[in-house]
Design a binder for this molecule. Sequence first.
Ligand code: ADP
Ligand code: MG
Length: 440
Amino acid sequence: MDSKAEKEAAIDFVNTELWRIEGRHLNSAEITVFSGTWDRLSYVEMADQSHYSVDTLRATIGYSLWRLLEKVLEVPISKKNLQLQILQLQQKRLSGETIGNVASTRQPLMIGQHPYTSVFYGREKEKKLLTDAITQKQIILLVGHPGVGKSSLASEAALASEFAYVLWESIHYAPSLSSLVRNLLNHFNHKTSDLLEENISNLINFLKSHKCLVILDAAESLLRQDGRSLNPYAEGYADYGKFWRRLSESSLKSCVVLTSQRPFNDLVRLSNGNKSVQVIKLEGLPINDAKKILDDHRLRGNQYEKLIQTYRGNPLILLLVSSTIRDFFGGDIDKFLSHNTVLMSDVIKEILDQQFRSLSSLDKKVLRTLSNSSEAIDFSTLLGLMKQADTSVTVSDIVQSVESLDERSLIERRSSSTFSVQPLIAKYCKNRSVDNESTK
Ligand SMILES: Nc1ncnc2c1ncn2[C@@H]1O[C@H](COP(=O)(O)OP(=O)(O)O)[C@@H](O)[C@H]1O
Ligand SMILES: [Mg+2]
């Protein structure tokens, strides 16, 4: 067999095993890493040939892929031994030996590209909360920082739920309501019409008579950048608000889960005293579970708690930071921390840029003021500092701003009226003001 055919056979082999256990095939990101690794490319070379960054290839896609293959094939897999392990397994298979995880479990039919969660630590409480809500509610909003694990949790809960049919739709591309409703009907093999109203009624009737779980991932795309006003939606998306309301008022057998980086304030209002809507806020991982991510990267050092605290247990950021510590500090957490730095990689910056774009200029000023203080500040001190900088600003402006920042978890409440900013965000604000100064 030539080397190209050999690689294709390896991908087929992996796809077959993956299908059996996980009910899916390798996605295009995974194929990029698998194929590059098979061809003995470095992550830097793979990044040159694809649209992924080195960080993403290594820390997110590669890392999860090796854990996934280990789970499915039940042998240790790494970038170094991939080819050898797969060739050996193919041999075994040819000679009739059973391999891998044969006890396949009952899993719902998952339609759409849901994230794989081959590694998923902790979250028992949140998973129970979400699976319970899925059976009891009609609309659930799962909200939290980018990278905190919303999509992974939703996917885990979907797999554990009693729903036999799960439709996963990422709406990061901000579809109009009419195109979303049409897409959903198409997925259900239901006929569509040119009239939005008719399509919505058909969809609601379908969801009333069928039991399926619809997950709309990355729903923050529907929100306006400055989500301050009563209407949270971006221009042209206000009809979503009415749509959720209609869903919440129909007795559905189905359930719709939205994941979002920012709260939908209309859903938050609806969830108060409404039996069919629930909002779940997701925070970072507790120390013990976050430590497992560090252990996976074979990091060592006494100050792991401090490291986890610095990044507030955000699994995506910990994955990124861990691979840097492994690659540049020999895996030594204490050595990394001795530089007294908060790591700001391109990916982390991109995540924070996204969040920053949705802030008003006053919000940014409040964040900057809080970031400049090494300690938590109480509200009246903050007010004084803000007034010093701009005499026209009012108390209610600042109250609103603090509430909005608090809602987005960009600031932390130390007591009822004392606030601070987590180190990563403080560093980001400082860098930004330096950038702004230097471009002036
Ligand atoms: N509980 C967890 N244990 C281990 N890794 C996790 C956990 N939750 C999330 N991750 C990892 O963190 C990264 C970000 O998770 P994701 O669900 O995409 O976050 P979000 O949807 O909130 O942006 C992914 O690589 C995911 O595998
Ligand atoms: Mg997500």
